[in-house]
Design a protein around this ligand. Structure first.
Ligand SMILES: Nc1nc2c(ncn2[C@@H]2O[C@H](COP(=O)(O)OP(=O)(O)OP(=O)(O)O)[C@@H](O)[C@H]2O)c(=O)[nH]1
Ligand SMILES: [Mg+2]
Length: 328
């Protein structure tokens, strides 16, 4: 099966880049949202240039869908960067559904802006509202978080990327004005694995994707990194699938679920939708696809034991990248 090169950069995203730059002087802080399941792939490399030296807070969103131990590692990674003064502050894991981390956002913002707030206080401007701009990839949860912080349904939220199309200010009673922004990607992903990760988690519009191929690749990724979770969910025999291609893994799911079309052929389209939906809802388990890079170990690591089934499984490094035809 030829592999699709994933790319999605419609005109409104180029406009969003300009919107970020134009509105930067209006805000005190930028809140950059990363998807806790893919903190590396969801970090738009252009944001650093656009935001420049403006104080920034990183949030790892949708933490209830990610592996908790991986999220802790990502928090530690950003805490280390902050300690080395390579970043303005540590990152915080949040989830707008469970409410995890949400109460810690305001104190964290105040910590990042401590010097500025002190200057305001010295000028007798304690009551001045902090203005924060939300930036991040599509579907990462910017508008949901604004609604959660403002305690109302002020912004449109939908289970698809590209919902917010223009900027919107929202007031809160926690001393912060929030600026919602459309989600923004970048024109060319460095590596097709990044495109795949973004597509697996729902940051790329499904309409432009070959869903069967995407789901086949997701099956392969899950089989290779969290085999127990994948095989348990779809009642598959791990050993019997060892030599399978990604598409054969998808076929195995379709067969096990009894998805057939007329003539008795396997309905792999239906299986593809199911695998993607169940991954995105964490029904397969709380899976993080990327871990922070570890510093080289001082001594040789012990050989890894065979992974065993557990609610939150460890994830191994990426499968090799694939190249192929483009799409838009
Ligand atoms: N489980 C979970 N789902 C979330 C969380 N935050 C957002 N979602 C869901 O993710 C989807 C997208 O949320 P939005 O708030 O619209 O995302 P956005 O970043 O504003 O998206 P765009 O406007 O398209 O850029 C919705 O279905 C939300 O319910 C979260 O913390 N946990
Ligand atoms: Mg939005």
């Amino acid at each position: 099966m030829p592999s699709q090169t994933i790319q999605w950069f419609p005109g409104h995203m180029a406009k969003t880049r300009r919107l970020i730059t134009e509105n930067l002087s209006q805000v005190d802080i930028v809140i950059e949202l990363l998807d806790a399941r893919i903190p590396k792939s969801s970090k738009n490399p252009e944001i650093d240039k656009l935001v420049n030296t403006k104080p920034r807070l990183i949030l790892l969103t949708k933490s209830s869908l990610a592996n908790a131990s991986a999220t802790k590692q990502w928090e530690a990674y950003y805490a280390a960067l902050a300690a080395e003064k390579k970043f303005s502050c540590a990152a915080l894991a949040v989830d707008t559904v469970t409410g995890e981390g949400v109460k810690e956002i305001t104190p964290m913002i105040r910590k990042v802006l401590a010097e500025k707030l002190e200057r305001y206080a010295n000028k007798g401007m304690e009551g001045r509202k902090i203005r924060a701009m939300m930036v991040g990839i599509p579907n990462v949860g910017k508008s949901s978080l604004i609604n959660r912080l403002s305690g109302g349904k002020h912004t449109r939220v939908e289970d698809r990327p590209g919902v917010t199309r223009t900027k919107q200010w929202v007031s809160t009673n926690i001393g912060i004005e929030l600026l919602d922004m459309p989600g923004v990607l970048w024109p060319k992903f460095e590596d097709n694995i990044i495109g795949q990760n973004l597509a697996f988690t729902g940051a790329i519009k499904d309409d432009i994707l070959d869903i069967e191929e995407l789901a086949s690749n997701l099956c392969a990724r899950l089989y290779n990194t969290v085999p127990d979770l994948f095989c348990t969910r779809y009642k598959l025999d791990r050993a019997a699938l060892a030599e399978c291609t990604p598409y054969e893994l998808l076929c195995a799911v379709a067969k096990k679920r009894g998805f057939l079309i007329s003539g008795g052929e396997l309905d792999t389209e239906r299986a593809a939708d199911i695998v993607l939906d169940e991954f995105r809802e964490a029904k397969i388990g709380r899976v993080t696809l990327e871990y922070p890079e570890k510093k080289p170990a001082a001594k040789k690591p012990e050989p890894k034991p065979e992974p065993t089934a557990k609610p939150e499984a460890e994830v191994k490094p990426e499968e090799p990248s694939e190249n192929g035809d483009g799409n838009e």
